[in-house]
Design a protein. Structure first.
Length: 264
């Protein structure tokens, strides 16, 4: 695995550990509350006026608090479990991935193949009179290797608008995705060709970190509350690992840094 994939794997593991930790704490509290509740005879009410009333109410309140806390921790465990599952199933291509351009090229190739298939299927369908030659059309679609039989049977049936074959919007949308991915691949290729830059403005150091795809700001000390609020509003976050404020490397981030430096 490359550095990006290792970082992604660590994030998933961290989320899974948090989910497990909170679930274990929840189970422990719930089990303890159940054990406490079992001491109270089934159906036993609070004896109002009895010398034990105060202790009984306090005891039951502790049980209630433990139950509520157990449910809160269980909800936290579910939250982190969902995040871990989402991160593990996320197949989006991140700009941080050093193999992003290669992965984008693979995705573009698949979409271009789909585009060619859709065009070829529509062309073949137009060569048949579906009112009298539907079985022959299906047979040819399958023989050509363009579609499996189940898909070929479905594609020659009119949709709710009476259309057969692949709709024009499907080709248009797929082509738009191809163009978008090609543009993104081109931008990433240009970015990867750049070199990391380090600049100093008095006591403030700014790094355009191409390898990590981050714009990083190193302050001599802790920025003021107002400056931290502004950094956050501009998409910057504190990175304990790197000891700096950083955002994704972009023109917007560069412009934000320029404004911050000018006002410093």
């Amino acid at each position: 695995m490359n550095a990006y994939e290792i970082k992604r794997e660590r994030r998933i593991n961290r989320l899974e550990r948090l989910a497990k930790l909170y679930q274990e704490q929840s189970n422990s509290l719930y089990s303890g509350a159940r054990s406490m509740a079992e001491i109270i005879p089934f159906g036993q009410p609070i004896l109002v006026g009895h010398h034990s009333e105060g202790r009984d109410r306090a005891y039951r309140a502790r049980i209630q608090r433990r139950m509520e806390r157990a449910f809160e921790l269980s909800d936290k465990a579910k939250y982190y479990s969902r995040r871990a599952e989402s991160a593990a199933n996320n197949r989006a291509i991140s700009s941080d991935d050093p193999e992003a351009v290669f992965k984008l090229a693979e995705k573009i190739e698949k979409l271009e193949k789909i585009q060619s298939t859709m065009k070829a299927v529509n062309k073949m369908i137009r060569g048949f009179n579906l009112e009298t030659q539907k079985p022959e059309c299906i047979s040819e679609l399958v023989k050509s290797g363009l579609l499996k039989e189940s898909h070929a049977i479905k594609i020659v049936e009119p949709d709710f608008c009476g259309r057969v074959g692949f709709a024009a919007y499907e080709l248009t949308n797929n082509n738009a995705n191809i163009s978008r991915l090609k543009k993104r691949a081109e931008e990433l290729t240009k970015r990867q060709a750049q070199e990391t830059k380090e600049m100093e403005y008095g006591e403030i150091k700014v790094i355009e970190n191409v390898e990590e795809n981050r714009l990083q700001i190193f302050f001599p000390g802790k920025p003021s509350d107002d400056k931290r609020a502004e950094l956050k509003s501009r998409g910057f976050r504190w990175s304990p690992t790197n000891g700096c404020w950083q955002a994704y490397l972009s023109n917007n981030a560069k412009y934000a840094v320029k404004q911050l430096i000018e006002r410093n």
